[in-house]
Design a protein around this ligand. Structure first.
Ligand code: 5GP
Length: 183
């Protein structure tokens, strides 16, 4: 059996590829309409948001710039450590730009709180947050999510860019990892 088939069998689907695509189109339209003028920077937080950001960029019908910021907070575990590290920084200044931070999931909110404080020091014209998923039951910091894909319960999800130990990012849907032997 091909590896991708085996991966699929280990994941219970929550949001299909078609449902995700429809939601991303809506989010892209909203972002475009909210930013009629000015320089728009889509800031993709690596690695988890790379697929979402690629789809979102194509759903926004206006000129924009894409940049990436590498952040690491989990180190392969499923629990937040609260320790956030910038593993690779932006390639260009964002001073005076309208920034939309693209994140895979807001869980405790610790990562985004850290990032927003860091970005504010770089003097952007505005900063908004676009998150594919939110797990509000685990929030430890209140984050304003301006554009939100889906709200999910407290379960560990993978797929559509989200990993577990670097696996499952390439699944086209989002789902819950099932323990070996099924559950
Ligand atoms: P936070 O700082 O909000 O607790 O966590 C942010 C980061 O933790 C996310 O960007 C993501 O990389 C990771 N994370 C949180 N919840 C999940 C989850 O359910 N699945 C996966 N794969 N990563 C998660």
């Amino acid at each position: 059996m091909p590896t991708s088939e085996r991966q699929r069998g280990e994941v219970r689907e929550l949001f299909s590829a078609a449902r995700i695509a429809e939601r991303v189109r809506e989010l892209g339209r909203e972002i475009g309409e909210s930013h009629p003028t000015g320089e728009l920077v889509l800031l993709s937080v690596l690695k988890g948001s790379f697929i979402f950001a690629a789809d979102l960029a194509r759903a926004i019908d206006r000129p924009l710039r894409v940049d990436f910021l590498g952040l690491s907070s989990y180190g392969g575990q499923t629990e937040s450590t609260g320790v956030v590290q910038i593993t690779s920084d932006l390639t260009k200044p964002i001073e005076g730009a309208h920034v939309v931070v693209v994140e895979d999931i807001i869980d405790t909110g610790l990562t985004m709180a850290y990032l927003l404080e860091n970005l504010a020091t770089r003097k952007p014209a505005s900063v908004q947050v676009c998150a594919m998923l939110e797990k509000p039951s685990r929030a430890r910091r209140q984050i304003r999510i301006d554009y939100k894909g889906f709200v999910i319960p407290d379960e560990f999800v993978v797929g559509y860019g989200l990993d577990y130990g670097e696996r499952y990012r390439n699944l086209p849907f989002i789902g819950v990892l099932t323990p070996p032997g099924g559950a």
